[in-house]
Write a protein that binds this ligand. Structure first.
Ligand code: 13P
Length: 261
C-alpha cells in the first residue's frame, strides 16, 4: 500500500531569517489543513530558530540542510546534531549533490553523518543521484548503488527504518528538466530492490524514497502516483508558498486516489 507522502522543501541558500519567517507564515496558512501528507521545511541554519517558533503547534516539521558528523568540538563553522535538536529539527538532509559537488563531501563522510544523525534521533534524508554524464554512459544504476552502499554502510536493521532516501538526478536539479515519472520510478524501484535485498522486504518497503529535481505543481501528481515514489524533495518551487502548497495538494490527491482505488 502507498505510504502517506512526505513533501520536503529545501530552501537552499535562499531567504534571510526575516524573509524565512514571512514565507513560513504564508506557507502555514496555504497548506492548512494538513491531511494525508507529511510536510518538512528545511530553511537555512540561521533561520531555523525563528521558523521553529512559527511552526510550534503545527504538524509541519522542521529539517536542516546539513550537519557535521561530530557531536561537538573545535570545528569552526559547523553545526552539530544537538544544535539542530535544540531548535526542534526532526530531519536533516545529508549528502545533497550540491554538498558533494561544491564542498567535496564523499560517501564516507556522509555515512559518518548518517550514523551521527541516527544516534541523536534525527531522521536523515540521504540524497543519491547520478550526473548527466553518468546517465548518458549508462552508469546511473551503478552510481546510485555505490552511493547507497557506502552512505548507508553497516547500518543496523533497526536504523534503516528511520532513514529517508531522496533520489535526485543531478541533471534534473534546478534545470527544469524533470525525470519522467517512468524514469524516476525505474530508479526508485531499483533502490527499493536494493533495500529489500540488504535489509529484508519487511523493512525495505518502509523506507520512504523521495524524488527531487524540478518538481513543480504540474508534474507532482504523475510522479507521486508511481508505486515507489513516496514524496518529493522540492527546491525552487518550495520558495513560493502557493506553489509549494499546490505540490502538497497534488501529492495528497495522488495518495487519496491510490487509497480509494
Ligand atoms: P529543484 O527543485 O530546484 O530542482 O531542486 C531540487 C533539489 O535539489 C532539492 O533538494
Amino acid at each position: 500500500m502507498k505510504k502517506k507522502p512526505l513533501i520536503a522543501g529545501n530552501w537552499k541558500m535562499y531567504k534571510t531569517a526575516s524573509e524565512a519567517v514571512t514565507l513560513v507564515q504564508t506557507l502555514k496558512a496555504a497548506v492548512h489543513p494538513v491531511m494525508n501528507v507529511e510536510i518538512v521545511i528545511c530553511p537555512p541554519f540561521i533561520a531555523l530558530s525563528e521558523v521553529s517558533k512559527v511552526l510550534t503547534d503545527t504538524p509541519i516539521e522542521l529539517g536542516a540542510q546539513n550537519m557535521y558528523s561530530a557531536p561537538e568540538g573545535a570545528f569552526t563553522g559547523e553545526i552539530s546534531p544537538m544544535m539542530l535538536k535544540d531548535v526542534r529539527c526532526r530531519f536533516v538532509i545529508l549528502g545533497h549533490s550540491e554538498r558533494r559537488q561544491y564542498f567535496k563531501e564523499d560517501n564516507i563522510l556522509i555515512h559518518e553523518k548518517v550514523k551521527t544523525a541516527l544516534k541523536y534521533s534525527l531522521v536523515p534524508i540521504v540524497c543519491v543521484g547520478e550526473t548527466l554524464e553518468e546517465r548518458e554512459g549508462k552508469a546511473h544504476f551503478d552510481v546510485v548503488k555505490t552511493q547507497l552502499d557506502e552512505c548507508l554502510g553497516n547500518l543496523e536493521k533497526d536504523d534503516i527504518a528511520k532513514v529517508v532516501i531522496a533520489y535526485e538526478p543531478v541533471w534534473a536539479i534546478g534545470t527544469g528538466k524533470t525525470a519522467t515519472p517512468d524514469q524516476a520510478e525505474q530508479m526508485h524501484s531499483y533502490i527499493r530492490r536494493l533495500l529489500n535485498e540488504r535489509f529484508g522486504k519487511e523493512l525495505g518497503v518502509k523506507v520512504p524514497i523521495l524524488y527531487g529535481g524540478s518538481v513543480k505543481p504540474d508534474n507532482a501528481r504523475s510522479l507521486m502516483e508511481k508505486p515507489n515514489i513516496d514524496g518529493a524533495l522540492v527546491g525552487g518551487a518550495s520558495l513560493k508558498a502557493e506553489t509549494f502548497a499546490q505540490i502538497v495538494r497534488e501529492a495528497r490527491m495522488a495518495y487519496e486516489s491510490g487509497v480509494n482505488a
